[in-house]
Structures are given as structure tokens and as C-alpha cells.
Design a protein around this ligand. Sequence first.
Ligand code: BEZ
Length: 219
Amino acid sequence: MEETNVTYQMPRIGDTAPDFEAVTTKGKIKLSEYAKDKWIVLFSHPADFTPVCTTEMSGFAQRRAEFDALNTELIGLSIDSVFSHLAWVNNVRENTGVYFDFPIIADIDMNVSKLYGMLQPNESTTHAVRAVFFIDPSKKIRLIMYYPLNVGRNMDEILRVLNALQTSDKYGVAMPLNWKEGDNVIVPPPTNLDEMQERIDGDYEEKVDFYLVKKKLNN
Ligand code: BEZ
């Protein structure tokens, strides 16, 4: 297929999540009024009744309790009708017992897909790519993932980064490579001489030098 120059808006980390009103499997949603005081994971899948998407949606449904524990609501999306969504949800429930009991946007006019850069025309002009937007309680976009049509996402990683974002916010620390719950966290690098001396003299769990210091979180 010849490459197209058509481009849609690509939201960026730190932007306010573009507002929308959409029809979902749980009724209408207006993002700016939805799930106040909670995190939102907004994710797209290319199409209902397709294999990779079925494994991913099942993954979100099966890990729902972990999202709940992180004060997070899920919103799915694909460029399919709500009737297609309902039939797929029911089909998967009948076949596997897994129930997609969270709103799935029926984005048949592609409005939300275009707003969130989920429609990437050189990958597909008709299917959303596999996107994940992590939206904090102030409705700021904090982390974005885009995967192509042919590779499923990793649910452990989705939950890991959600936990990392929340832990970073709560304690004012940064998260090192492969950080997971219980690991040491990074003390923000010093921005003045006093802080530099404090990092040098301080009793920390791990220290490479004043600019790379890790501590244990005391919850
Ligand atoms: C899938 O979910 O298996 C899929 C959907 C659209 C394109 C390719 C794969």
C-alpha cells in the first residue's frame, strides 16, 4: 500500500486528555465528567471478534481487581458499532466465562480514534492501533503506549507503569529500569550544592554517586 500523508492529532504526555462524548456498552460517557478523582486507562483495540484483541480484552477483564486496587477505571474502544461490541462481549462470556464489564466505546465515526492518534493511516485506515492512555485524576495524560495491529500488549507492564506513576506521584521519587513494587526507588537528582552534599553524606540503600541514589520506600 502506498504511504499516505494524512495525519491526525497525536496527544502528548502532560496534555489534558482531549474531551469527548461517546456511546459505550455502558451508556454515554463524557470524559471530562467521568470517573472524577480516579485514574483512567483508555485503550483501543483494532476490531471485535478478532483473536489478539480477544486475548487482550480478556486480560483487562481478568486483571480488573488490580485496576480497582489502583483506583483506576477502564475504558475500551474500537471502530465498531455498539451492537458488534455487545455480541462480542456475550460471545466471549459464553465461550470462556470472561465478561468485559467495563465501557467499550463504539467509535464508528472515528472521532475519539482521531483525537487520540489511535488511527494511524499507514498502519490501517479503518482499524485503531493498540493504544493505551494513562490519564490521572486531573485528566492529564501521563503515559502513552502504541502497539501495531499484529502484536498484543503486556498486561503486567500496563499494571506496572500504572503503579509506578502513582508511586512516583505519592512519594516524589523516580522509578528505575524494570522497577516493580517493593524495589528501591530513585531519589531525585540534586539541583543545588546543599542537595548534592546531602546525597553524598546521606544513608541510602544504594549509591553509585551523588546523581544516582536509591532508597527504600517506607510505606
Ligand atoms: C487481532 O486482534 O487478531 C487482529 C485484529 C486486526 C488486525 C490484525 C489482528
